[in-house]
Design a binder for this molecule. Structure first.
Ligand code: SF4
Length: 291
């Protein structure tokens, strides 16, 4: 852990990098007693009975994947030159947004100098700039930018989760890392499922992860599995094994099925080349929000 303490860009509170749990970082729900997973088995156990706040707190101190722990902390210590005056979160990036969303957005993993720096998913990188600007244009966010935790951004009816919660080298988690992280995703999706009407998958990796997690929480997944594409849609009936009912007391399961919608990922590679335009992303989010 770096010895130098630097001020949080919004609050001015001093933090070392990585940020220790329970020290006042905006939206950090951890306390000294928050249990720490150090293996994939621990993740299974700690996710199993977790509330939504527990998932947020417990996953944000997780140390189950040694390669990713080393990478995220190395990045947080070395820092990109342009962010050298800031403390880096350097921990897993939990899901964030509305706790009872109609729209669930699933991405791949936080960026090394984005979510891994700011502690908020999709925050502080170009992909997030695109995503939150689009959310604001279609009425899902109260402001067009997401630069730091604690910046006043609020999402209305939408929640964002990553398939893998730690920034991976070259943006490529291994299958073992994806599987180790899956219990956090499973539990979070199961807990919010009663209110969700649409799931937006950003990119093919997230599409496949979305189909997998939605199947695990009880939705009926067609065979063969539907293929990813921008604007691709598939309606997934809530099956009898839908775990939402057993986890939540919510009686307002709001739809007989959930619609999964694919979108090209708002990566610089896609936005710079015009493969994904603002209108294309707006159209997907508008469709999801109006289901
Ligand atoms: S990727 Fe997921 S399981 Fe692995 S250390 Fe990060 S939070 Fe834990």
């Amino acid at each position: 852990m770096g010895d130098v303490e630097l001020p949080h860009p919004v609050t001015g509170v001093l933090f070392p990098s990585p940020v220790p749990p329970g020290t006042g970082w905006p939206d950090d729900l951890t306390v000294d007693e928050t249990p720490v997973a150090t293996s994939a088995v621990d993740v299974v156990e700690l996710a199993a009975d977790a509330s939504l706040d527990d998932v947020t707190a417990r996953s944000s101190v997780c140390r189950a994947c040694s390669r990713l722990v080393e990478w995220r902390e190395d990045v947080a210590t070395a820092k990109r030159h342009s962010f050298a005056d800031q403390p880096y979160w350097g921990r897993p990036t939990p899901g964030w947004g509305d706790p009872a969303p109609r729209v669930l957005v699933i991405g791949l993993a936080p960026a090394a100098n984005g979510g891994n720096r700011t502690g908020r998913i999709f925050t502080g990188d170009r992909s997030g700039d695109w995503l939150f600007a689009a959310m604001h244009r279609v009425g899902l966010a109260n402001q067009p930018t997401s630069q730091h935790a604690g910046d006043g951004l609020r999402l209305a009816g939408v929640r964002i989760v990553a398939t893998v919660r730690c920034a991976p080298p070259a943006n490529k988690p291994t299958p073992a890392e994806r599987d180790a992280c899956a219990p956090w995703l499973n539990r979070e999706v199961a807990l919010v499922l009663p209110t969700v009407r649409a799931v937006v998958a950003l990119g093919s990796f997230a599409w496949n992860a979305a189909l997998a997690v939605l199947g695990r929480v009880g939705l009926e997944i067609p065979r063969p599995r539907p293929k990813f594409g921008h604007g691709a849609e598939v309606s997934l009936p809530r099956g009898p094994g839908d775990s939402a009912g057993s986890i939540s007391s919510a009686s307002d399961v709001s739809s007989p099925s959930i619609v999964l919608i694919g979108s090209y990922h708002p990566s610089q590679q896609n936005t710079f080349t015009g493969k994904l335009t603002e209108q294309m992303l707006d159209d997907v989010l508008t469709r999801a929000a109006t289901l």
